[in-house]
Structure formats: structure tokens, C-alpha cells
Design a binder for this molecule. Structure first.
Ligand SMILES: Cc1cc2nc3c(=O)[nH]c(=O)nc-3n(C[C@H](O)[C@H](O)[C@H](O)COP(=O)(O)OP(=O)(O)OC[C@H]3O[C@@H](n4cnc5c(N)ncnc54)[C@H](O)[C@@H]3O)c2cc1C
Length: 409
């Protein structure tokens, strides 16, 4: 595994480059002296790796402990739609993180591409929503909250709607500013960028227990020995609750399985994301089309099912009949870190002074990741935080919001 020094060309020189492009990153120049100099990150999904990168760029020595290989769980399995589905179905806590995340994503994608040499395939392809319930109130919500939205009947040329999209135009909406990224590429780029700035990644090293001494975590037990650092951040996605179970005030995070079918069509056949009542089609640049997804509470079970296959193919074919001819490439499942109200927990443990969490982003962890990173850095280092961090604080009563994400989204 390549380990590069933090002061190498790709490390701090990259940081300087970041500042000159006015990136939204926390750097030495914007921080008071960090109250800690080393950090252990438990879990190498998008939230773990992105925070590792930010903390390293803030001058900390950072080690990531990952149970398997980094970026192979929910962050790999997701569809990479950078939007809530749809935004008006969610409260302002969820929207605040998602909107901030969306605002940061174009720069993040470019930074990752430059820093890693891997293109995360960020594309502002827009999203058509079919059969929108209460379309007028959805339009009013968009107007109020700065989301550009047009009735499908006013869809701008020269990228005309297909016949199957037009047929539904009375109830449809076009959200031109919705973008996507390609998850496996994002994760490979993050891993490479993190390594290049000197983050140390320990794969196949599960954290099995947190050791405490007084009001601090003194070490993290793994089969490869005990690791210790000034601070510990739990970014273990759906597994976060189990890892923190012995503390009694673990955030309420539980796995919610999602299955996706991958189809292959001619590049350009579907130019934009299409969403209809809980399901979506996401076109990749090379002609692959994702048909997703299911929402299943089946514990830590990543089995794919024939039932989901039928559900997703029915949806794909009914929305876009031309996909009957598309090749079925594969089907997969991932475990979302489900949380009440889709509100993640980001912040310091109520009592242990050096233990932090950044987990429970549920259906929108890719959208939210850059903004969630800012919230975490504000809790750890006192960095400026453009989003009010209060709704995500680790109070020990994370069931407070009640209610799950809407079933039809
Ligand atoms: C089918 C599907 C579709 C989705 N679509 C979208 C979408 O379109 N847009 C969007 O924004 N979001 C989407 N999501 C949600 C998004 O993928 C997740 O919210 C996000 O990936 C969560 O990232 P994470 O880093 O918190 O968790 P994960 O990616 O699950 O990473 C957690 C990591 O922690 C590791 N780990 C666990 N326990 C331990 C331990 N004890 N020690 C060390 N490491 C450990 C795991 O191995 C894993 O690598 C989707 C998810 C799924 C499943």
C-alpha cells in the first residue's frame, strides 16, 4: 500500500492549491491551534474517508481502521444521486445538510479528480420527477427554498423529453440542478487522495471494542492490536450502533437494505435521472443505467432477492419501455445506516470528551458527506460551520425526532 509523506508534492502542495481555488476546506490558516494532534477513524466509507482527508489537511495524524476493504459497503452500493428524493418530503435538518452538501459537491469532485487522478464522474444531469403528488405545493416549496424546478410542460429544449416522459407531463417536474456521482469511482478517488496526503489506512482491521479511562477513550481494540490517538471518530455506517452499544447512549442507527439492478444500454439513451414514487433510474456516462431501489428492514443481510429483481425491472420497463431490450448486468444490495427522520448524528459523545460520531445519514450519505464533514470538524476543532450543528448533536437521545423517512421516497 503506497504511503506518501504529508509534505510531499501531492500533500501540502495540493493543500496550497486548494486554498488558492477558494475551496471550502478547513486549513491551518482558518483554524485556531488544533486541540488534538492525532485521530483514529473507525470505518472507511465515504464519511470516514472524507473526514480523514479533512482532518489530515487540518494537520492531524490520521489513521483509518476499516473492518474489510475501504469503500465497499453502503458508499459503494448507492446510486449517487445528489439530492433528497424529493426534497420537499423532508424536514429542514435534513435539507440543510443536503443543500450544503450539494453546494460543496462540484468543488469536491474536482478536488478529488485532481488529488487522485480518478474522475468521480460528477455530472449535473438534472432529474425528471414523474407523478408528483401535490405538484403545486412542491413547486411552491422549491420557489421558497431556492430549488430550481419547472413543470415538465415547460421543459427547455434542445434536450427534449422522450415520449414516455412527455406523456406524464401534467404531474411531472424537472429539477435541472440535480447532479450525480459514480460511487465506486468516488470511493477509489477518496482512498487515493487520502493516502496521498498521508492518511494511514488499515484495512481488515475491525474495531472490536473501545477502551476507556476516566472520561476518555484510551484505545481501540482490534485483532491486530490496540490503537490509540487523541481522538476517535466512529464512522461505521450501519454498524455504528453495535460498536457503541456498550456505552448505552449509542445513536439509534439500524441497517436498511437497498437493492439495485444494473442495466446496460447505449450511451445517451437516458440523458437524466428519472424518479417516480420511490424508484429511480440513474444513467451513467458509459450507458449503464441503475434501477433502484428497495427499502427493507432485514438486519445485516445483503442477500439479493428475486422479488426485488422483479420489482425493479417492472419499474424500469414501465417507466422506459426501451429498457426491455437492455442487457441485465448485475444486481446488488447495500446496507444504509438508517436513522430516525433521516437525521444523522454528528458530534462529540455526551460524556466521553475525545469520542465523536459521524453516522446515520441513511438514504443521503453521499449527498451530505461534504457538509457532514464540516459539522464534524466544527465539533472537533472549532472550525467554522456554515450549517447549524445543533440538530445533529450526540445528546444520548437520538430517538427524539421519531418517524422514518417517508415510505414513498
Ligand atoms: C441501494 C442504496 C442506494 C443509495 N442511494 C443513495 C443516493 O442516491 N444518494 C445518496 O446520497 N445516498 C444514497 N445511499 C446512502 C448512502 O450510500 C449512505 O448513506 C452512505 O454511503 C453512508 O456512508 P458511511 O460512510 O456512513 O457508511 P458506509 O459506506 O457503510 O461505511 C461504513 C464503513 O465502516 C466499516 N465498519 C463497520 N464496522 C466497523 C468496525 N467495527 N471497525 C472498522 N470498520 C467498520 C464498514 O466496513 C464500512 O466500510 C444509498 C444507499 C444504498 C444502500
Amino acid at each position: 500500500m503506497p504511503m506518501l509523506r504529508a509534505d510531499s508534492k501531492s500533500g501540502y502542495e495540493y493543500l496550497k492549491h486548494s486554498r488558492s481555488r477558494n475551496f471550502h476546506v478547513v486549513t491551518h490558516s482558518t483554524l485556531t491551534r488544533p486541540p488534538m494532534s492525532s485521530c483514529l477513524i473507525l470505518g472507511g466509507g465515504i464519511n470516514g474517508l472524507l473526514c480523514a482527508l479533512l482532518l489530515r489537511q487540518s494537520g492531524l495524524e490520521v489513521r483509518v481502521l476499516e473492518r474489510g476493504a475501504v469503500g465497499r459497503e453502503s458508499s459503494w452500493a448507492g446510486a449517487g444521486i445528489l439530492s433528497l428524493l424529493p426534497p420537499w418530503d423532508y424536514g429542514m435538518e435534513v435539507n440543510a445538510l443536503a443543500q450544503r452538501g450539494r453546494a460543496l459537491w462540484p468543488e469536491w469532485a474536482e478536488r478529488l479528480r485532481v488529488a487522485s487522478g480518478i474522475d468521480p464522474e460528477y455530472r449535473a444531469c438534472g432529474m425528471v420527477l414523474l407523478e408528483v403528488a401535490q405538484r403545486d405545493s412542491a413547486l411552491a416549496w422549491c420557489m421558497k427554498h431556492g430549488e430550481v424546478a419547472l413543470p415538465l410542460a415547460e421543459f427547455p429544449h434542445p434536450r427534449p423529453l422522450s415520449r414516455w416522459e412527455r406523456g406524464d407531463s401534467a404531474q411531472g417536474l424537472w429539477l435541472p440542478n440535480v447532479a450525480q456521482a459514480r460511487n465506486p469511482r468516488v470511493m477509489r478517488a477518496l482512498r487515493e487522495a487520502a493516502l496521498r496526503v498521508g492518511v494511514s489506512i488499515h484495512e481488515h482491521t475491525p474495531a472490536t471494542r473501545l477502551l476507556t479511562l476516566g472520561a476518555r477513550v484510551s484505545g481501540v481494540e482490534t485483532p491486530n492490536g490496540v490503537f490509540s490517538a487523541d481522538s476517535v471518530v466512529v464512522t461505521a455506517g450501519a454498524w455504528t450502533g453495535g460498536l457503541l452499544a456498550e456505552f448505552g447512549d449509542a445513536p439509534a442507527i439500524a441497517p436498511v437494505r437497498g437493492q439495485i439492478m444494473l442495466l446496460k444500454a447505449a450511451p445517451g439513451l437516458l440523458p437524466r435521472i428519472v424518479y417516480r414514487r420511490g424508484h429511480y433510474l440513474v444513467p451513467r456516462a458509459d450507458g449503464h443505467i441503475l434501477a433502484g431501489s428497495t427499502l427493507e428492514e432485514v438486519g445485516f443481510d445483503k442477500t439479493t432477492t428475486t422479488r426485488a429483481r422483479a420489482e425493479l425491472l417492472d419499474f424500469a420497463h414501465s417507466v422506459m419501455p426501451a429498457l426491455r431490450q437492455a442487457e441485465i448486468v448485475t444486481q446488488w444490495a447495500g446496507l444504509r445506516p438508517g436513522s430516525p427522520g433521516n437525521v444523522p448524528t454528528i458530534g462529540r459523545h455526551p460524556e466521553l470528551e475525545n469520542l465523536y460520531v459521524n453516522s446515520g445519514h441513511f438514504r443521503y450519505g453521499v449527498t451530505m458527506a461534504p457538509a457532514a464533514g464540516e459539522v464534524l470538524l466544527s465539533a472537533m476543532l472549532g472550525a467554522p460551520c456554515p450549517v447549524d450543528p445543533a440538530p445533529y448533536a450526540w445528546t444520548g437521545q437520538e430517538n427524539r425526532l421519531g418517524g422514518d423517512a417517508p415510505q414513498d421516497s
